[in-house]
Design a protein around this ligand. Structure first.
Ligand SMILES: *Cc1c(COP(=O)(O)O)cnc(C)c1O
Length: 494
């Protein structure tokens, strides 16, 4: 299977080349020429472990990795770093199934892909005889950064640079990043928002002059952002796994359709669900949940994507995004795999901040449903689910839960539904606890609320949270949004 750029079908790459490159040279994203079909019945997956399921899914996308290579990557990723053997447990609560994707090292769903990406990448470099050191360049809205740092710290042959919006992440997210150990790591706060960080990173990827300077010094860039196909493919696996678990537990019959609700920012996670559906996992509706930065809701309701609006800082910072990069992969697909049509829309986005899709393209979005949750509705969802079932969810998951309520009210659709739970409530203790009881917890800082969350949820604080309570700060760099390139050069001494 080959990958092509969403902006130029002539630019092709093998899976391992696409993983290494991250972004296509024309600024497009790599997509598989076709979405493969599962070659085992979904019922058979019900008897498999997470690792076995991941192999069944990933082997169909990463066809130039040998069985041995891919199995080694999977084994090294999904091991004791996760605090449960199930890797991604499914918890029934409040009339839905919560797929908990936060049992990895950094307690957010980014670990699902970023614990395997370093292995996919170093294997790819070896396969393609790359001698350069690989520099991972990443913009983060909070969770990618730490998950990528944890994945790449001290991995031989790599360096990693992470840019985060200095005032746009939660205190716990920030502490997680600035305490990261590893001589090959570099963490920089920018005076700007996530979109500016992402734009700066994308600019560096497509800067030919910079690429040459890098190559002369023995470096090349790669990306740990969800634009990398090596992030997307591992995420497809947990949708197949969740479905198989529901067969196994007797909650559904084999072949029965389910809905999924995904709290969405950069559109990577929900795109993985779309790929899973196209592979043959029986998914009916793909419910895209946004916070007050509801650019995707507006897109699904009007067919116009328009980022010209105020950027709102919310209690679900990992979804505070106005340019959802992975949407480009869906646009390409619904344009009939037409790179030129997609490139024209992306040019319009670049130049005017907006684009409008055709009626024909809109009709192909029938399986998507978009809605959003206000800050109040998000807090309300946390409080209600806790009060009625004792289950504590984080703010991102709560956006999804609130949108699911709206969906049910609007459609009366009673299809069994998986809500993707993307972060541990321990990552956002202040927002979570003040949603549950603003009077009692509203004035306390995040770190003081860890023990109280433990007491009310009866779920032990994860190791990751305990560690950062005492870890020393080692990263203090800050730069302006237009100085990111200089910061990278400084770190690499070029
Ligand atoms: C990254 C992230 C999201 C958004 O996922 P996308 O793939 O960017 O849409 C949602 N919730 C949490 C906790 C995240 O870290």
């Amino acid at each position: 299977m080959l990958y092509v750029s969403t902006r130029n079908q002539e630019e092709k790459a093998t899976a391992s080349q696409a993983v290494m490159q991250g972004l296509a040279s024309d600024g497009g994203l790599f997509v598989p020429e076709q979405i493969p079909k599962l070659d085992v019945p979904v019922g058979k997956l019900a008897g498999m472990t997470y690792q076995e399921t991941a192999y069944e899914v990933m082997k169909l996308f990463l066809t130039d990795y040998t069985e041995e290579e891919l199995k080694a990557c999977i084994r090294n990723a999904y091991d004791e770093k996760f605090d449960t053997e199930e890797i991604a447990p499914l918890v029934a609560a409040q009339g839905a199934y919560y797929l908990e994707l936060f049992h990895g090292r950094t307690i957010a769903f980014k670990d699902m892909a970023l614990s395997i990406l370093p292995h996919l990448l170093t294997t790819a470099a070896r396969k393609n005889n790359v001698g350069n050191e690989i520099v991972i360049l990443t913009a983060t809205s909070g969770d990618t950064g730490k998950a990528a740092l944890a994945g790449f710290a001290d991995v031989e042959g790599t360096k990693i640079v992470v840019f985060y919006p200095k005032d746009g992440v939660s205190p716990i997210q920030k502490r997680q990043m600035v305490t990261q150990k590893g001589a090959n790591t570099f963490v920089v706060g920018i005076n700007g928002n996530f979109d500016q960080a992402q734009a700066g990173v994308k600019q560096m990827f497509s800067d030919a002059e910079l690429a040459k300077e890098m190559a002369d010094a023995g470096y090349q860039f790669s990306s740990a952002n969800s634009i990398n196909i090596g992030r997307l493919v591992p995420q497809v696996a947990y949708y197949a796994y969740a479905y198989a678990r529901m067969i196994k537990s007797g909650d559904i019959r084999e072949g029965e359709k389910i809905n999924v609700v995904v709290p969405t920012g950069n559109f990577g996670n929900i795109l993985a669900a779309f790929y899973a559906k196209n592979m043959g996992v029986p998914i009916a509706k793909l419910i895209c949940a946004s916070n007050e930065n509801k650019v995707l809701y507006d897109f699904f309701s009007t067919g116009t994507y328009d980022k010209n609006r105020e950027f709102i800082l919310t209690s679900s910072p990992s979804m505070d995004i106005l340019v959802s990069s992975n949407l480009e992969r869906l646009i390409y697909r619904i344009a009939g795999d037409d790179a030129q049509a997609n490139a024209a829309l992306m040019r319009s986005l670049q130049e005017t901040g907006r684009y409008e899709i055709t009626e024909g393209m809109r009709r192909q979005l029938a399986d998507f449903y978009g809605n959003y949750a206000s800050e109040e509705e998000t807090a309300e969802a946390i409080r209600k689910i806790y009060q009625e079932s004792g289950y504590v969810i984080d703010t991102h998951t709560a956006v999804a839960a609130a949108v699911y309520e709206k969906y049910k009210k609007e459609t009366k659709d009673l299809t069994k539904t998986v809500i993707v739970s993307t972060a541990s409530p321990y990552k956002f203790t202040k927002s979570v606890m003040s949603a549950i009881d603003p009077k009692k917890y509203g004035d306390k800082p995040d770190f003081e609320l860890i023990d109280e969350l433990e007491a009310i949820s009866k779920v032990k604080a994860p190791q990751a949270v305990e560690e950062i309570r005492t870890a020393p700060v080692v990263h203090t760099a800050v730069c302006e949004a237009d100085q990111m390139q200089e910061a990278v050069k400084g770190f690499l001494k070029i």
